[in-house]
Design a protein around this ligand. Structure first.
Ligand SMILES: Nc1ncnc2c1ncn2[C@@H]1O[C@H](COP(=O)(O)OP(=O)(O)OP(=O)(O)O)[C@@H](O)[C@H]1O
Ligand SMILES: [Mg+2]
Length: 512
């Protein structure tokens, strides 16, 4: 007896079709699994055997050969338990279903329970592309799969329940997707709690609106970490396609909560400075997404920036520029997206008080230089906006004045972001990006300056010895500043503000 059941595997964040073939023949009872399975997949044999027994079904006493086709792609995750089971039950006449239309993925426990797996969202997208009408997934993953329109998603809680459903007369239970509406998230923190710091808040607003990288530098206790923690409260709403992309990565990393659906809030990842380079970019023999990719379409916050290892900083450089990170392994290359807004915070020197208005720095000048040099020139160049965070004065701190709330800032950020997306959509771009991610050609098209603004930029460019990248970034920041004012043209005021946010390196890194 021979039969086939459709399933899927994962490579990076993309799914690929797998056909589970089962051949049951007479002979010495044995159970063989081929098709390049790794150890976790090979152990499927024992799980399948026990699950069938424990669900009160019949396990054939015959020669069973299971092949996971195509045989040249390594199968790495224990997602084939369910399709293997179904193929055996189908071949032995214990269940019946339309093989071409149904697809299965899921891990099974010894007791026959169906356990959640990673990567269900990309699998569901592929199942639909493959023309399947129905996808059976672990109940814990059903909400995630139901996001994909045009395919029925059946939640499977246990093998016994599934067999009963397939042989019964009742229609199969189908997961209903939760509608994609913007959640009005409430946060335990708010920008209104931060007194003063107008300049810094403005920089954060610009960064959030255009997706620009940001560096905050200042003495201890001046509020850098406090400001950074409040960034999620003003990030722009996610579009549906952004939410899908971010969810795919978290799904593959197995980080979606049980029963979770689409991620609707931009991620904010704040790894500790002891993180390894592989922890940032992704790693392991079958590479998992790293912090960079987990922050896709959101914020990667690196507090105490100079404390990160040299290698950790170096591996960030290319992905920050490209928006993707590629990991090479013997088995192939894996590419994960990582379009992130990097926010870095640091003290200006080991004691922390270099440049402080009232306290004296006790560091040797060479120690200050060494400390600052940990942030290399190329890295500094990638940090679009630089702000100095100086301690607020007593009057401000103790004052009654109520600062602006996150909700008010967020509204401006949202409007500015919509303007950016609308502009690209009008040009026929299918997946619009924020200003920080504009291609060189788009930058040229969309960031045209008035003549006085051009003159101003030219004079500053010559005077500051700006790099081509610096020039490009100033244009984009000025675009965002104009967007926040709902202005289509970029004028001198926008350019001069943008320049202000890129001149801090002169005070610290280029001390004469
Ligand atoms: N502008 C402010 N308004 C209100 N409280 C503030 C402000 N700035 C700092 N604080 C208070 O000071 C505390 C310390 O600030 P924070 O931890 O953000 O400093 P930091 O700049 O990150 O310092 P370090 O360099 O030591 O990490 C905050 O938790 C907050 O209670
Ligand atoms: Mg801090």
């Amino acid at each position: 007896m021979f039969c086939r059941v459709r399933s899927m595997g994962l490579s990076g964040i993309e799914a690929f079709p797998v056909m589970v073939e089962v051949d049951i023949s007479r002979g010495v009872p044995e159970f063989t699994l081929i098709g390049l399975p790794d150890a976790a997949v090979r152990e499927s044999r024992d799980r399948v055997r026990s699950a069938i027994h424990n669900a009160g079904l019949h396990f054939p006493v015959s020669r069973i050969l299971v092949n996971l086709a195509p045989a040249d792609i390594r199968k790495t995750r224990p997602v084939y338990d369910l399709p293997i089971l179904m193929a055996i039950l189908l071949a032995t006449g214990q269940v019946e279903f339309p093989q071409q239309q149904y697809a299965f993925v899921g891990e099974i426990s010894l007791s026959g329970e169906c356990l959640p797996i990673g990567g269900v969202l990309p699998m569901a997208m592929l199942a639909k592309e493959m023309g399947c009408t129905t996808l059976f997934v672990p109940a814990g993953n059903a909400q995630e799969a139901a996001v994909v329109e045009g395919i029925r998603v059946v939640p499977v809680s246990s093998l016994a329940a599934l067999v009963e459903q397939l042989s019964g007369t009742q229609p199969l239970p189908v997961a209903v997707p939760t509608p994609f509406e913007q959640v009005d998230a409430s946060y335990p923190v708010d920008f209104s709690e931060v007194k003063g710091q107008r300049f810094a808040k403005r920089a954060i607003e610009i960064a959030a609106a255009g997706g620009h990288n940001l560096l905050m530098i200042g003495p201890p206790g001046s509020g850098k970490s406090m400001l950074a923690k409040r960034i999620p409260t003003i990030l722009p709403e996610m579009t549906f396609s952004e939410a899908i992309e971010t969810t795919k990565i978290h799904s593959v990393a197995g980080m979606l909560p049980h029963g979770g659906s689409l991620i609707r809030q931009r991620p904010f990842r704040a790894p500790h400075h002891t993180i390894s380079p592989a922890g940032l970019t992704g790693g392991g023999s079958i590479p998992h997404p790293g912090e960079l990719s987990l922050a896709h379409h959101g914020v990667l916050f690196l507090d105490e920036f100079p404390e990160f290892s040299r290698q950790a900083m170096e591996v960030l450089r290319q992905p920050l520029e490209d928006g993707t990170v590629t990991i090479s392994r013997a088995a192939g290359r894996y590419t994960y997206p990582c379009s992130v807004m990097l926010v870095a915070a640091m003290n200006p020197c080991p004691c922390g008080y270099y440049g402080h208005p009232t306290r004296k720095c006790i560091c040797q000048p060479s120690a200050v230089s060494r400390y600052l040099a940990k942030v290399s020139g190329p890295m500094l160049d990638r940090l679009d906006l630089h702000v100095e965070i100086m301690p607020v004065e007593f009057e401000q701190l103790a004052g009654e004045e109520q600062a602006e709330s996150s909700a008010a800032i967020r509204e401006r950020v949202n409007r500015a972001r919509q303007l950016q997306y609308g502009r690209l959509q009008a040009m026929g771009v299918e997946h619009p990006v924020c200003n920080a991610r504009l291609s060189p050609r788009q930058t040229q098209q969309l960031c045209s300056l008035t003549e006085p603004a051009r003159q101003l930029l030219k004079s500053v460019f010559d005077r500051m010895g700006m790099s081509a990248r610096g020039y490009d970034r100033i244009l984009k920041i000025a675009r965002t500043i104009a967007d926040l004012e709902q202005s289509e043209t970029i004028d001198t005021a926008h350019i001069s503000q943008a320049i202000q946010y890129r001149s801090l390196d002169r005070k610290y890194w280029e001390r004469g």
